[in-house]
Design a binder for this molecule. Structure first.
Ligand SMILES: [Zn+2]
Length: 220
């Protein structure tokens, strides 16, 4: 089976090996992710998230540089829209902190809320800016988002239960969900999970059989 599609990840050229098509390599400098293509602002008129063009490689445009060479080889070009939640992103993209989730205790997290209208418009704008803005170059978009849901976050000790932003609360009420009951039960679950995580941590730290199964952790 031959390769007929190139999935282009925005940060792909940051790899030490560089890009085999463009020869682009990271130059050992501070690097901030973002869009490695030029987008038309018209696609982002309905969102407060407008400035996310990465300057890590100056004006390097991965679509203009790579897509023609890919197509010359008889392959399709797919953009990879990576949307991982990262604590550094709110500092890199103006207004990003305003679209992040709100946890059980009313604190902002670093994960964007999928029910926030500005974030939804931002996601739509990216897809449109790729498929309409580069209609002859981009054949499709692969969407990536590596992040835990609220239950997984609490189970692993990495989350405090989200999202309780105004938009999620309104959506819950529209569906007949009691927000206060959800908040109360999430708090109970979070408390139980944190005890279990602490117990697991103590057990792992004291066990002489590091790496063994943890099924002997006392239940509570
Ligand atoms: Zn929300």
């Amino acid at each position: 089976m031959g390769v007929h599609v190139l999935l282009r990840r925005d940060a792909g050229c940051a790899r030490a090996a560089g890009c085999p098509i463009t020869g682009c390599r990271r130059q050992g400098r501070a690097f901030a992710a973002g869009a490695f293509y030029d987008y038309d602002p018209k696609y982002f008129q309905n969102t407060i998230l407008k400035g996310f063009r990465s300057t890590g490689y100056g004006t390097f445009n991965v679509i203009e540089q790579v897509a023609p060479k890919v197509k010359a080889r008889g392959m399709d070009f797919f953009a990879w829209d990576m949307n991982n939640a990262n604590a550094g992103v709110p500092r890199l993209i103006p207004n990003y902190a305003e679209v992040t989730e709100v946890d059980l205790n009313g604190r902002r997290t670093s994960s964007p809320c999928f029910n926030h209208p500005d974030y939804r418009a931002f996601l739509s704008g990216k897809v449109e800016s790729l498929l309409a803005g580069y209609a002859s170059a981009v054949d499709g978009v692969a969407w990536g988002c590596e992040r835990e849901g609220p239950l997984n976050g609490m189970l692993s000790g990495g989350g405090a239960g989200s999202c309780f932003c105004q938009f999620c609360q309104a959506k819950g009420r529209e569906r007949g969900i009691s927000v206060e009951r959800a908040r109360r039960d999430t708090a109970r679950w979070a408390s139980c999970s944190m005890r279990r995580v602490r117990t697991l941590g103590r057990w792992m730290a004291t066990s002489p059989h590091s790496g063994d199964c943890c099924c002997n952790i006392p239940r509570f």
